[in-house]
Design a protein around this ligand. Structure first.
Ligand SMILES: Cc1ncc(COP(=O)(O)O)c(C=O)c1O
Length: 469
């Protein structure tokens, strides 16, 4: 993997962010001594202590106001109205700094509405990074479009602008930069390339609500932002989605696609005369108002929660910054951040640990801390699924992913090989996702990383023996 990040620059940016968060004096590695727990030694965190870690990771944080808001909707029987969703949208738009916001039952629905709204249709190509959740792009094939995948950057896991440009054809209509695992995409080059080629930009903000790229809120840089607000995400309302935009016409198309009750509010009688106020998407994208009410409360506390997560995560990374072979993913630009740190991953170099796999490294870490908060897998490369090229979804010998392409052009060839995406799952460690800045507890995780790193050679021997056995 090509080591693109200038280390000095990376460390400098990190140090500035840590200082900005007021973090000094992290636990350092006195650790390293002792046999690894996975090899039969004593763990850093014994089971009874590990049980106390539940609160450190519990998500979402539910307060009394959220419970009451949910109850009010439930008891009034107003789950299927739109008044509370309207209020949530207005408040979300104001918080996000956009003119319009349109809610949906989930992020998948918001993204499909976005694709329709930017005009994606039969024969068009949508460029998407291969490492993301399928909903970032899959809905596009049901609009008649083909998804073409681009590679990700090895040091950030987000869309590689060069690979994006290399995948453009005369049919490319849109690109979907995904702010993956909280890390903002490098939007300046992406926007410059998109504008040069007349390509629409739908930001997928599902992992980074409220995040900043060079002082700009994510979701406000492209033509629109679409996102998931499901309960595992940083901004969690239960199940839900949101689309944000400054473009009135784009917003109206989102309404026309699936907000059937709002069509009469946004279109003149002449505009809807023949079609009546039926949704063009044939879908009903109405958000359950319990989720909307929870969202209004979430807005009041989200920034504070996000800031505490940022502080906790930066403290953790300060504590392990001397561990060679694990590199934090974090924006290197000023006035940028990693909002919420959803499913954050670090870049792992097996070479720095004598070839030790990330899977065994993560297993050893989990054995030290007594809970499964480390991981070794991110999303799989989507371009390896036949759904995006040849799967005959409707069983009629016309795979939708390629149906409208010119003869002889195949989605597989348009995408080609994506070396970083194909190798990335061997090169990541999923970080423990701390929700609170609890130094003594986080110190135990820092200690665990040092201990496992210091014992990597013994662990590698064990791994090789396991493989042979
Ligand atoms: C990057 C990304 N985009 C879109 C979605 C879809 O959101 P939802 O699950 O709310 O439909 C997800 C959900 O996990 C996601 O991770």
């Amino acid at each position: 993997m090509n080591e693109k990040v200038n280390r000095r620059e990376f460390v400098k940016a990190g140090a500035a962010a840590v200082a900005a968060a007021g973090i000094t004096g992290c636990a350092t590695a006195g650790a390293g001594a002792g046999k690894l727990a996975i090899l039969g030694g004593a763990p850093i965190v014994a089971k009874p202590e590990a049980a106390e870690f539940v609160g450190l990771f519990k998500w979402p944080i539910v307060n009394e106001a959220m419970r009451k808001a949910n109850d009010r909707v439930l008891c009034s029987g107003n789950m299927s109205g739109t008044d509370i969703a309207d209020e949530f949208e207005k408040k979300f738009a104001a918080w996000n700094g956009t003119k319009y916001a349109s809610s949906a039952p989930n992020g998948t629905a918001s993204l499909i509405a976005a694709f329709y709204a930017i005009g994606l249709g039969p024969g068009d190509e949508l460029i998407c990074p291969s490492i993301t959740y399928w909903a970032s792009c899959l809905g596009a094939i049901h609009l008649g479009a083909t998804v073409v995948f681009a590679d990700v950057e090895p040091d950030t896991l987000t869309l590689d602008p060069k690979s994006f440009e290399a995948h453009i054809t005369p049919r490319t209509k849109a690109v979907v930069p995904v702010h993956l695992y909280g890390q903002p995409c490098d939007m300046d080059p992406i926007m410059a390339i998109a504008r040069k080629h007349g390509i629409k930009v739908v930001e997928d903000v599902s992992h980074a609500q409220g995040g900043l790229y060079k002082g700009r809120k994510l979701g406000t840089i492209g033509d629109c932002g679409a996102m998931s607000l499901m309960s595992g995400k940083s901004f969690a309302i239960g199940e839900g989605g949101m689309l944000v935009t400054d473009d009135k016409e784009l917003y109206r198309r989102v309404v026309r696609w699936g907000q059937y009750e709002r069509i009469v509010r946004n279109f003149s009688p002449d505009e809807i005369a023949a079609t009546k106020n039926l949704p063009f998407g044939g879908v009903k994208n109405r958000l359950n108002q319990c989720s909307a009410a929870i969202g209004i409360e979430q807005l009041k506390k989200y920034d504070a929660e996000r800031e505490e997560i940022e502080k906790a995560m930066l403290y953790y990374f300060k504590g392990i910054e001397d561990v060679k072979g694990i590199k934090r993913v974090y924006p290197k630009w000023e006035r940028s951040n990693k909002a919420g740190w959803y499913a954050s991953c670090s870049i792992y170099s097996p070479e720095a640990f004598g070839g030790l796999t990330n899977t065994t490294f993560a297993r050893a870490l989990n054995a030290e801390v007594g809970c499964s908060k480390f991981g070794a897998r991110c999303n799989f490369p989507l371009h390896t699924s036949s759904i995006f090229d040849s799967a005959d979804i409707f069983a009629n010998s016309r795979p939708p992913a390629s149906r409208f392409l010119p003869p002889g052009v195949s989605p597989k060839t348009l995408t080609g090989r994506l070396p970083v995406a194909e190798a990335v799952n061997d090169r990541v460690i999923v970080d423990p996702w701390f929700k609170h800045f609890d130094r003594p507890k986080i110190d135990r995780f820092i200690e665990a990383v040092h201990k496992v790193a210091a014992n990597a050679a013994a662990l590698r021997d064990w791994e090789l023996k396991q493989k042979k056995a």
